[in-house]
Design a protein around this ligand. Structure first.
Ligand code: ASP
Length: 453
């Protein structure tokens, strides 16, 4: 049995839903279908989830909601019309959303989650209705009825372990199961959503729960590319990569998956196949526990901007017991999470995501570090990009760092920091944001341009 997940662009209009139907029924193993809310039909379009957020926020601020409410219903309506599904399903969706919007209550975060989750919930009902209209046995299953329980963390729920056994029972239901992505229920019965793009997480949880043979994730690209196509034209497609490689790549800016989305599938050893709804016969990219085929030590290059560094220097830092841990606990005290800590004998840098800081907070952090650690120098620098070269084969490959450094030098890019060693599958460079594009292009040239497909 396979779990098949379709993203928002695969469900954006009636034509797309028809493709989804054809894909699902072409393989009798495709029993569990996880759906997102309708996504963008074109570049300038707005996802239903974003419209729902706007609608809920307007409601909370006492503003007019009718135009955006009508736009949301209009999205479902035009799909239902295109597929001749009748008006009953739209009446149900309208009543459901109206009901949710009337229950603002005291707890605004949960109100927002309930409204957001309705995007996938109502879409699952509509997709099930469509499948039934084609004469196929299909049913919508609500995550509460299926026992998909989550922690009570609005907007970033985590699955509770007992959910997996509950979900296993879905195998017994006849026909095709249409399951809404993106949310689960707390034990008290509250709707809580995962992080944005969380339908991928639902797909991975379901794949784990039902012990699927494969988790197929349908999106709108033929494969995962070895580098961002906005930086390098027509980059090579990746045929196969490991979970570890995928996680490192998505951490540093690959947008195919949220970097934690696949963990439930990974834990159960279920392979994932990323495929294209618009070109389902393309092989796509397989994400597996161990990789067999290899066309070079590097599988992908990722980059992400928006990092800053807290640089601290003090003579004989290496001899001062507890210096590093004191510094990190100061950072923890400000509620900040850090990404990396490259260090030298007398210096240490703590790399953080920039969006956590503001000028006031920066001053406070510097003040505290000065007070508690008496450093010779402390400063916060902004505007860094991190670039990751990722590949399972890297560990055993001699001269890889030298090749990368040579590529940077040739492109005239100064390396601000290097981090290698802790991860066996990646090599990380920090550069100035202005140099990011140049640096990625140079690395791609070095590691991919000469490798035959
Ligand atoms: N619809 C949700 C979002 O836009 C979840 C998803 O599509 O995976 O984030």
């Amino acid at each position: 049995m396979k779990v098949v997940k379709f993203g928002g662009s695969s469900l954006a209009n009636g034509e797309q839903l028809q493709k989804v139907f054809n894909i699902v029924v072409s393989d009798p193993e495709r029993k569990f279908v996880v759906v997102s809310a309708p996504g963008k039909r074109h570049e300038q379009d707005i996802k239903v989830t974003d419209l729902l957020i706007q609608c809920a926020e307007n409601r909370l601020q006492g503003k007019e909601i009718q135009p955006v409410f009508d736009e949301i219903i209009g999205r479902y309506e035009s799909i239902a019309e295109e597929l001749s599904l009748g008006t009953e399903i739209i009446d149900d969706i309208r009543t459901n959303l109206q009901g949710l919007l009337n229950e603002t209550g005291e707890d605004h975060d949960h109100f927002l989650d309930a409204v957001k989750a309705s995007g996938e919930d109502n879409n699952a009902k509509l997709v099930a209705r469509f499948f039934q209209s084609k004469g196929v046995e299909a049913r919508y299953v609500n995550p509460r009825d299926a026992g998909l329980y989550v922690t009570d963390e609005a907007g970033s729920a985590r699955v509770l372990p007992e959910s997996y056994d509950n979900l296993y029972k879905l195998r017994e239901l006849p026909g095709i199961i249409i399951f809404p992505g993106f949310f689960g229920y707390t034990k008290e019965g509250k709707v809580v959503t995962f992080a944005r793009s969380g339908s991928d997480i639902t797909g991975a949880i379901l794949a784990n729960g039902v012990k699927a043979s494969l988790y197929e994730n349908f999106t709108d690209v033929d494969a995962v590319f070895s580098v961002n196509p906005k930086i390098v034209k027509n980059p090579k497609e990746i045929r196969e990569l490991t979970y570890r490689e995928m996680r490192e790549l998505s951490y540093a800016g690959f947008s195919v998956f949220h970097d934690e989305a696949l963990i439930p599938a990974f834990k159960a050893g279920i392979p994932v196949n990323v495929k294209n709804t618009n070109n389902p016969s393309a092989p796509g990219t397989r994400i597996v526990s161990e990789r067999s085929n290899s066309n070079g030590p590097v599988v992908g290059i990722a980059s992400d901007k928006g990092f800053c560094s807290i640089y601290v220097s003090k003579f004989l830092m290496n001899r001062e017991i507890g210096f590093g841990s004191k510094l990190l606990s100061i950072i923890e005290g400000f509620g900040l999470s850090y990404e990396h800590t490259p260090s030298g004998i007398d210096d240490i840098s703590v790399i953080l995501r920039d969006d956590q800081l503001d000028p006031y907070l920066e001053e406070e952090i510097i003040k505290k570090i000065k007070e508690e650690l008496q450093p010779d120098d402390v400063k916060i620098e902004h505007g860094f990009s991190l670039i990751m070269i990722v590949g399972e084969g890297m560990r055993k490959n001699i001269g890889l760092t030298a090749r990368a450094a040579k590529a940077f030098a040739k492109a005239g890019v100064n390396i601000e920091m290097i981090n290698q060693g802790s991860s066996e599958v990646s090599l990380m460079f920090g550069v100035k944001e202005d140099d990011e594009k140049k640096a990625v292009q140079a690395l791609y040239e070095e590691f991919f341009a000469s490798v035959p497909v």
